[in-house]
Ligand binder design. Structure first.
Ligand code: SAH
Length: 395
């Protein structure tokens, strides 16, 4: 096995179990690894540190997976890691109200670059590292054995792959192809999802808990759900008795799916307004019209893909939230989210404070939102924490 020696002092993060070794930390490569090969990482004093996937195309030259020298990264190893990830989600697996969730969450489950979402009887897989790409057939075998899915679909058409020097993929990996729309359940609500063409891997199961939390405030209210996608927040609001819901998303497929979902759950379409538009433009229009809502949800896509994009992203979050806050009167609620890993909760609070100041509103935070248990955060990998949100009341 190829051995990689780190520069002096660079072993510290590895000893703390951080799973990324940046290219600048490498002192010497003994051998000629191919991208995606498992390599042995050693300290400057030649002490074993960990095994990881090598990739010279990536800023993260080695993605670490195993800190025990006696382990071999073979089929049995993948089986053990995958089964452990599945077992740790056992109570979700047994939940009759939910059959859409994340089974494997990359570094958090010691499989850097592998995301597996379970949607009823199908699995949607994203492969975002060369190491996982090389182990693909082993991983598929293990998933089939453990879960007997109807089909496994590859949704690796994510930009992250380009950072790893691998081309985008989108297609059936194993078994039966899912129908254009398959039905899943989350917290007792039925959703149609399009595994092949929907966003991300088809659905945003990371908002499961937050949809439920927010729904508690929606009885009898007039709710604006911005960046609604297939209607996670909208449908939960209806379930809890919202009087009217307006959902805004720029994607035609999202709006179409949301309309199907309203019907599937037998909510009254008369109380629903679906608008296919750019949220910022729509908020401006609502403000010009003097429109008001009781609750505004803002769940935008990732504005800060990296730390270097933070300043621009902060301005975008601020403008968006200022516009959202302007639509609320005293007692109104803003549920605002950021899924940018580079924006931590303290920074996010600061941004919302600026937005409130600019909107001329005094606000209180009454709840903090985070990511659910199937998207766990390994404390040795704080970068895995990406979803945060605030429930803010206008005074
Ligand atoms: N709240 C959703 C998830 C939102 S994901 C849920 O609970 O499932 C972000 C959504 O924002 C996507 O559906 C995407 O189509 C939409 N989007 C991205 N940019 C947009 C824009 N400028 N205006 C409106 N929608 C946008």
């Amino acid at each position: 096995m190829v051995e990689i020696k780190l520069k002096k002092g660079k072993e510290k993060a590895v000893l703390q179990r951080h799973p990324w070794v940046f290219s600048g930390a490498l002192e010497k490569i003994i051998g000629t690894p191919e991208n995606g090969d498992v390599v042995k990482v050693c300290s400057a004093n030649n002490e074993f540190l960990a095994y990881g996937y090598y990739n010279d195309q990536s800023r993260v030259a080695v993605r670490l997976l195993e800190w025990d020298e006696n382990q071999q990264i073979d089929m049995a190893w993948y089986e053990q890691k995958i089964n452990k990830a599945i077992e740790s989600r056992a109570h979700l697996l047994n939940n009759k109200d939910t059959n859409a969730y994340r089974l494997i969450f990359s570094e958090a489950d010691f499989l850097p670059g592998l995301i597996v979402d379970k949607y009823a009887d199908f699995l949607s897989v994203q492969i975002l590292s060369t190491g996982i790409e090389k182990a693909k057939s082993t991983i598929i075998d293990v998933l089939v054995k453990a879960l007997q899915p109807k089909g496994i679909f590859d949704r690796s058409d994510a930009t992250a792959r380009t950072h790893e020097g691998i081309t985008a993929e989108n297609g059936l990996l194993w078994g039966e192809a899912p129908a254009a729309f398959i039905a899943v359940k989350e917290n007792g609500i039925t959703y149609h999802i399009n595994i092949a063409e929907g966003q991300k891997s088809g659905f945003y199961c990371d908002q499961r808990d937050n949809r439920l939390l927010l729904a508690e405030y929606t009885n009898g209210k007039n709710v604006l759900d911005c960046f609604s996608y297939s209607g996670g927040f909208s449908l939960n609001a209806f379930k809890k008795g919202a009087k009217q819901v307006t959902s805004v998303d720029s994607s035609a497929l999202a709006i179409e799916t949301l309309k199907q979902n309203i019907e599937l759950n037998k909510f009254d379409a008369k109380n629903h307004i679906a608008i296919q538009a750019d949220v910022n433009k729509q908020l401006r229009t609502f403000n010009e019209e003097g429109k008001k809502f009781d609750i505004v949800v803002l769940d935008p896509p990732k504005y800060a893909p990296s730390r270097s994009a933070l300043d621009r992203a902060a301005r975008a979050y601020k403008d968006l939230n200022r516009r959202g806050l302007m639509l609320l009167e005293s007692g109104g609620l803003l549920a605002t989210f950021s899924c940018s890993g580079a924006v931590d909760i303290e920074t996010f609070k600061q941004i919302i404070a600026w937005a409130a100041l600019d909107a001329g509103k005094e606000v209180q935070v009454i709840k903090q939102f985070s990511q659910p248990e199937d998207h766990p955060v390994r404390l040795s990998f704080p970068e895995g924490e990406y979803l945060k949100g605030l429930l803010v009341r206008v005074l």
